[in-house]
Design a protein. Structure first.
Length: 789
């Protein structure tokens, strides 16, 4: 690090001699939300904390902006913002922040800008002491970074006393040249001014209105437009909303020419034949009944699909339908992908009540893959066939063997190949060809592009520029993964518009992964509200786009591999249910087009079955009541207390040498995503002349119900488990050896199952069978109900 810093200082001195800097604040702040404003939730958008949450107030900072507050003896904090800005190597920038201190003393306190991988950085040192709002600022040269990704962080470690407040954080071009070069990429794609908010080729003649948003001259209140035989004017409303009324045009393809001031903008559109959609009966945001009718044996019927997408058929068990233009037979429970408009069908077999519904797309990553650890049962074809193919409409990626893939294609589902988003961003040729778009690979229906960070403008511009290079044959689609916050910028609106208009059914999916953190339902509900805030945010930028996007949740729960099931005292299944219920019922998600679960390759079979149950309950059945409550699950069942030893040995009865401590690697081996609590805490059982043990009463059991105990240990030996009066069956033993630079410690994951005999049972973990001198670190114990296959 010293070599890196001396190089930076030397380069800075040389460059400063050759460049004239402007005053701080002359050019825009390159980072997102440097004022630390609170748009939603409880933490400023674009920023995140790692493990220890600092204090935060949305006011009271410099010029009454937001502020981070760091206090508490022996505490350490890291707040960061990732990949929201770009730097040009060698150009000059300001790093600025406002700080206020009161008797503050810490081992280290800095505001730092660093590259992807954190191999280069430039830091402002925050001094100890007492001061009113003080400006820290310094010029620094841009550093190289992989993929042009950069981060900024506030790092405060070893707080000894007092309080530090940080406000008004900025990274700004310090020279005219830096500003011009930092934004030079905009020449590739001029800043969009009129952005289409829907699918251009999915207008229907009876309701041909093209919704747009104007990002150009804010003083302009009206624009004119023409297409075919029509020539009209449209008002520019609040927030730039514009409705281009194309009613009166016959079905066909047109180019809408919009004239806004001196700007002329061409928008290709397609108008489909007119139809009158049924009013429909809305069950929840995922599910709308569009037709209910009685069909006689050999009889026929019609229905209107209001949008291109998935249609669910609820039929008598022995009934078979044939839909005009669709090759496969349709049976009870089948979900079929159909174009919008009027459809006719005939009863090939059976008769009775027919209910037809328009439902949101369900998808999962991926088909027949993982968990990627030895010993654990896999998501093979038999599992997918039994539990997934009746529920999941689209699978993202495939881990099945060739023969099983062929069997899968006999159904109604879609299958998408993986595409790294960087391949499109960095495409140098005139065309981007992907196997998912190759007609000879008949098992693919397109690809999913993984993943685009919306907080970084430069990659978005390159992505937009290269989207026209993507070769998409008829019948293939693109699903674009996006991540991060959804800033209100013309480029973000444009990339959303481009992505949903790549083909008839291309769409966007936003990742929002919520880890289990709380056992208190009120706090968890507050956490889940983030989902609705995200939906409102998207509709502020792109109003009315719910049918064209969806959320990707995460159900990964495999310890030591990748997991969001972080809190051993909380039932993560309940948190997943809370998320699905919020999406199904909150008005912010009205008409949502897609729900995905990511992480089947890091999930055990029981958790995947639960996700299938959630999709069936909320999407297929259209329910609004809690599935977790129906199954008798509670977020905090209270079976164990202090299960992660964060309160030392409180609630545990110990014998022998049992001592609290901390993992030397900080607990990173647990592979918990977005851990909000210190994962390094553990207890060590040392086998001396006599065995060591830790015991606690398991509470709130229901006699006759099945339960699963999960235990994670590191170090030598294996702890034995005893459960008084109850048979304990070992289910899984997973041993992962230490791997240099990858996995720092030898770690073990054990599962045991039992059927409760009483409402309480004493659980004991001991090292009786281990030789003297054996030390075993116990990181957590979890007890939850278990659902049998």
């Amino acid at each position: 690090m010293k070599k890196m810093l001396s190089f930076t200082v030397g380069l800075l001195a040389a460059v400063l001699c050759a460049a004239e800097t402007v005053k701080p604040g002359t050019f825009p702040n390159l980072i997102s939300n440097g004022k630390l404003e609170l748009y939603d939730g409880t933490f400023p958008r674009s920023w995140r904390y790692v493990r220890t949450e600092p204090g935060y107030q949305s006011s009271g900072g410099f010029e009454d902006g937001g502020r981070f507050i760091f206090t508490g003896s022996k505490r350490s904090f890291l707040i960061r913002q990732d990949w929201t800005f770009n730097l040009i190597e060698g150009e000059l920038y300001y790093l600025r922040a406002k700080i206020r201190t009161r008797d503050f003393k810490a081992a280290r306190a800095i505001v730092t800008v660093f590259n992807n991988g954190w191999t280069r950085e430039f830091s402002l040192k925050i001094p100890n002491g007492t001061s009113e709002w003080t400006s820290l600022e310094q010029v620094f040269p841009g550093m190289p970074s992989k993929s042009d990704y950069y981060s900024i962080a506030v790092l405060v470690s070893g707080v000894q006393s007092g309080e530090l407040e940080v406000s008004d954080i900025a990274v700004e071009p310090a020279t005219v040249r830096a500003k011009e070069r930092s934004l030079e990429y905009r020449k590739l794609i001029p800043v969009p001014e009129l952005v289409v908010l829907g699918r251009r080729n999915q207008l229907q003649a009876a309701d041909a209105v093209l919704n747009c948003r104007w990002f150009g001259d804010k003083n302009l209140r009206q624009l004119s437009y023409s297409a075919g035989k029509i020539s009209r004017q449209a008002n520019i409303g609040v927030n730039g909303l514009v409705k281009l009324d194309l009613n009166g045009l016959e079905p066909g393809k047109y180019t809408v020419k919009a004239q806004a001031g001196e700007k002329t903008i061409a928008l290709p559109v397609e108008i489909k034949p007119a139809f009158t959609p049924a009013k429909g009966r809305v069950l929840n945001n995922f599910h709308t009944v569009i037709s209910e009718q009685q069909v006689k044996a050999g009889g026929s019927g019609t229905f209107v699909n209001p949008r291109i997408g998935w249609v669910l058929f609820a039929l008598p068990k022995d009934m078979v339908l044939r839909i005009a233009g669709y090759k496969k037979a349709v049976k009870n429970g089948n979900v079929v992908f159909l174009p919008m408009g009027s459809h006719s069908f005939k009863a090939e077999k059976g008769s009775g009540a027919v209910r037809i519904s328009a439902v949101a797309e369900t998808s999962i990553y991926q088909l027949g893959a993982g968990p990627y650890l030895p010993v654990l049962p896999k998501h093979d074809w038999a599992f997918a066939k039994k539990y997934q193919t009746d529920i999941v409409m689209s699978f993202l990626g495939c881990g099945l063997k060739g023969a099983d893939t062929t069997r899968f294609r006999a159904g109604h589902q879609k299958l998408y190949a993986h595409c790294a988003i960087g391949e499109i961003i960095k495409c140098k040729g005139d065309k981007y060809n992907h196997p998912g778009m190759n007609p000879k690979y008949h098992w693919w229906d397109g690809f999913f592009a993984d993943e685009l960070t919306l907080g970084t403008e430069k990659p978005i511009v390159f992505f937009i520029r290269n989207l026209d290079k993507v070769a998409i044959p008829a019948g293939r689609d693109v699903l674009t993964y996006i991540t991060g916050h959804f800033p209100d910028t013309p480029y973000v609106a444009e990339v959303f518009s481009r992505c949903i208009n790549l083909s008839d059914y291309s769409r966007v999916m936003l990742e929002v992964y919520l880890p289990s953190t709380y056992t208190d339902e009120a706090r968890a509900e507050k956490q889940v509200k983030k989902l609705a805030n995200v939906a409102r945010n998207i509709n502020e930028v792109c109003p009315g786009v719910n049918p064209y996007w969806g959320l990707s949740l995460c159900h990964s729960n495999v310890a030591l591999s990748f997991t969001v099931d972080n809190e051993p005292e909380a039932d993560h299944r309940v948190l997943l249910d809370m998320q699905m219920r919020a999406i199904a019922t909150d008005p912010a998600f009205k008409g949502i087009g897609l729900i995905n679960f990511w992480g089947d390759n890091y999930s055990d079979l029981e958790r995947t079955r639960w996700v299938m149950d959630l999709m069936r309950h909320y999407v297929i059945e259209g329910k609004t009541t809690s599935l977790a409550a129906e199954r008798g699950l509670k977020l905090g069942p209270g079976h164990l207390r202090n299960a992660s030893f964060r309160d030392g040995l409180k609630e545990w009865q110990t014998e022998g040498a049992v001592t609290p401590g901390r993992s030397s690697d900080g607990g990173r081996f647990l592979r918990r995503f977005n851990e909000q609590k210190d994962p390094s805490i553990m207890v060590t059982l040392d086998r001396t002349d006599k065995p060591a043990s830790a015991a606690q009463k398991i509470r709130n059991l229901v006699p006759g119900k099945d339960y699963k105990i999960r235990v994670v240990t590191t170090g030598a030996g294996r702890l034995a488990l005893k459960l008084d009066g109850t048979e304990l069956k070992p289910a899984i033993r997973l041993e992962l050896p230490a791997i240099p630079k990858k996995r720092p410690v030898f770690s073990c994951y054990d599962e045991y199952v039992f059927t409760a005999a009483k409402t309480e049972a004493m659980l004991e973990l001991n090292n009786e069978a281990m030789p003297k001198g054996t030390k075993t670190n116990l990181h957590y114990v979890s007890v939850m109900t278990s659902f049998k296959d």
